[in-house]
Each structure stands twice: as structure tokens, then as C-alpha cells.
Design a protein around this ligand. Structure first.
Ligand code: FAD
Length: 340
């Protein structure tokens, strides 16, 4: 049985395509030549999150951390795991220009820097090889991510870009080492000069340029990466938008990029940076608690409610969404990237 899918983007554009009941909405769109933002395609990353506003569907085989019960009740779906049972109307949290009309590009990148910058945190810099279409350059919007893929054995994972798009083809990443993680293990044995495949860029996370509201960024650990890209762009463009960044770490040994954040705060006068240490030592003079705790206090005292941007582990993102909701901030002003 085939159904009609009408998908409306954040900027009010509509695309329509048909989709079999045996096909996911994501696959139906691709068969019709629309490449909707998506990454893992097996319900584990959350990059294809959208809202089904009308129609029936079934959701099959996805990570529970990505869809809360409340979210599912209001129609949250992962398009890569959504099978239509009737015609469907869907709203997507991205603009029409983020829907590609061709397959994703793959580039090659050589490791030029691999270093430990804090407890369990690696900094990785890749130098892309030239490409027939783009030359050395690599275009992306701050907030986006790429998929990095190793050669043998093949391991493919998503990582947010921490730097700005540049003509030199350099990409920077901050990656937390997960216990028993496959890519984490690879990073600990990787050497300068090794080559990785780079798929992308992908994703729709990023600031809403048209909004005049203050911005509040909440980062859990390496969830700082996309905010670094956004803040570096703001500094480069002289964009002095009222912005507060809460960076959460478990202990002081996990703090990274402190000097860089201090430099960004000097370059962006309306930027406030607060590092939140959960299990702080007696010596720690800053905020003690999680960045979700800091957000709660911030929203209580804020004269104007900000747009809220969240990135990091799903538990932190979910806790912060709840806090933002309780403060009266609607979903249309909450933007998140879960490192699921
Ligand atoms: C869009 C997107 C962007 C991302 N960007 C970044 C980034 O910039 N920096 C970064 O550090 N990570 C990022 N991630 C997470 C990253 O893709 C990997 O999931 C992570 O690096 C673990 O990969 P691994 O191969 O080492 O672990 P896996 O082999 O995938 O997992 C091994 C074990 O570790 C556990 N595990 C994996 N991830 C986590 C976690 N986050 N918290 C707790 N336990 C975990 C698993 O449950 C499993 O038991 C991003 C994820 C997404 C979806």
C-alpha cells in the first residue's frame, strides 16, 4: 500500500512524495530524490527527528533514549524508523535548503593532530585531500557534524565539527573516550598520517539567525564542539549577540578549551561562559553542579527568556529540555543535538 507524505520544513516549504507501508519515510523520500538530514538510519542517532502532525504510522526499532514518552505523545518520530499506515503530514525542524537533492559526499582526510586535551578527551584535526568539486575547501554550517570512518576494521561514528568552514580543508573535533568504545579504542592507537573517510556534512543543529532573543548554550563535555564552531563564527563575524554558555564536566581534570573560551568571551563582549563542575574539589571556585542546574538558575533570573541550545549526552539534553519547558520556553525555541 502506498501513502502520500507531506513534509513541511521550518521555513514553511512543503515537499510531497509517496511512500510504501513497507518503506520508512526516510527511504520513501530518498526514492523520490529528497535526501532528508539523517545519519545512522537505524534509529540510534536522532538526526532525523521530526513531528508527525497528522496520520497514522508505526515506529520500529530505535533507541529509547531518543524519544521520550511525552515526545511520542505529541508525534515525535524518527523518520528512519517510521512506516506510514495512512497519508502523513510531518513537520521537520530544518529549512528546505538542508534537504539535499543528491547523495552525500565522501572525502578523505589525513590525521594531522591527535592529542589528549583533558581526562578522557581527545582533540583530532584532519587535513582533507583536495576534491574535484570543492578543491581543498569544505563547506558546512557551524553546528553540523560529519561521519568519520576508519579503514580496517570499518568503524563509522558521528562527530560535531568544532572549527569554522575554511579554504584549507582542516576539520577539528573534540572526542570523549568511551569505555569499551570502538572508535574510542581506535583513537588511542591512531597516528598522525593515518587516513579517514569523512561523510557529510550533516545535521541541522545551529543558531537561528533570524531570532533576536538571547541565546543560552548548554554543553555536556564534548558537547562543547558545535558551540565552539558557532562561537568562533560569531567572533569572526563580529556578531555580538547576548549569549550564555554553560559547559558541564564531571571534575576539574575534564575541563578543556578553557583558554579558548576565555579568548572567545573577550572577542564577543556579550558572551558569558560558566564552567559547571559536578564533583568539584575544595579548590574549585566556579559553579558546582550540572549545566542543567545552572540553566535552571539562569532561567529563573533571566529578564527575557532565551532560545535554548543543548548538546551532549541524551540524559543531560532531556533534563535541560524539561527545565526549559518548566520555565515557559516552547519546543520551537529549544534546539538539541544528542550524542546518542
Ligand atoms: C550527531 C552526533 C554528533 C556527535 N558528536 C560528537 C562529538 O563531537 N564528540 C564526541 O565525543 N561524541 C560525539 N558523538 C558521539 C559519537 O558518535 C560516538 O557515539 C561516541 O564517540 C562513542 O563511540 P565509540 O565507538 O567509542 O563507542 P561505541 O563502540 O559506539 O560504544 C561502546 C560503549 O560505550 C557506550 N557509549 C557510547 N557512547 C556513549 C555516551 N555518549 N555516553 C555513555 N556511554 C556511551 C555504549 O553504550 C557502549 O557500551 C556524536 C553523536 C552524534 C549522533
Amino acid at each position: 500500500m502506498s501513502y502520500q507524505i507531506n513534509l513541511t520544513t521550518r521555513d514553511g516549504q512543503q515537499i510531497s512524495f509517496s511512500c510504501e507501508d513497507t518503506q520508512t519515510v526516510q527511504d520513501g523520500a530518498e526514492a523520490a530524490g529528497f535526501f532528508l538530514p539523517a545519519l545512522c538510519k537505524w534509529g540510534s542517532c536522532g538526526s532525523c527527528l521530526a513531528v508527525a502532525v497528522a496520520g497514522d504510522y508505526k515506529l520500529e526499532g530505535y533507541s529509547d533514549a531518543l524519544l521520550s514518552e511525552a515526545g511520542k505523545l505529541k508525534g515525535d518520530v524518527l523518520l528512519c524508523r517510521t512506516f506510514p499506515l495512512s497519508d502523513l503530514a510531518i513537520t521537520a525542524p530544518y529549512n528546505a535548503d538542508q534537504i539535499r537533492s543528491g547523495a552525500q559526499t565522501v572525502r578523505q582526510g589525513d590525521i594531522v593532530v591527535i592529542e589528549k586535551v583533558a581526562e578522557r578527551t581527545m582533540r583530532l584535526v584532519l587535513q582533507l585531500l583536495p576534491d574535484d568539486l570543492q578543491g581543498m575547501a569544505f563547506e558546512f554550517e557551524p553546528g553540523q557534524f560529519v561521519d568519520l570512518e576508519t579503514a580496517e576494521p570499518v568503524i563509522r561514528r558521528a562527530y560535531s565539527l568544532a572549527n569554522n568552514a575554511n579554504w584549507e580543508g582542516q576539520l577539528e573535533f573534540f572526542i570523549r573516550l568511551q569505555p569499551n568504545g570502538q572508535f574510542s579504542a581506535y583513537l588511542q592507537r591512531a597516528k598522525v598520517g593515518e587516513r579517514l573517510h569523512v561523510h557529510g556534512p550533516s545535521g541541522t543543529f545551529g543558531v537561528q539567525q533570524q531570532s533576536l532573543s538571547p541565546r543560552c548554550f548548554v554543553a555536556g563535555g564534548t558537547g562543547l564542539a558545535p558551540f565552539l564552531a558557532i562561537l568562533r563564527r560569531m567572533a569572526d563575524w563580529g556578531e555580538d549577540h547576548p549569549t550564555t554558555l554553560f559547559l558541564g564536566v564531571n571534575n576539574e581534570e575534564e575541563i578543556f578549551c578553557q583558554a579558548e573560551l576565555t579568548a572567545l568571551a573577550a572577542a564577543i563582549p556579550q558572551l558569558t561562559v560558566e564552567i559547571c563542575v559536578w564533583k568539584a574539589s575544595q579548590q574549585w571556585q566556579g559553579f558546582v553542579g550540572t549545566p542543567a542546574d545552572a540553566l535552571q538558575i539562569h532561567l529563573k533570573n533571566a529578564p527575557v527568556l532565551p532560545d535554548v541550545f543543548l548538546c551532549g549526552p541524551p540524559q543531560l539534553v532531556e533534563a535541560a529540555i524539561e527545565i526549559a519547558h518548566r520555565a515557559g520556553i516552547g519546543d520551537e525555541r529549544i534546539f538539541c543535538e544528542k550524542f546518542a
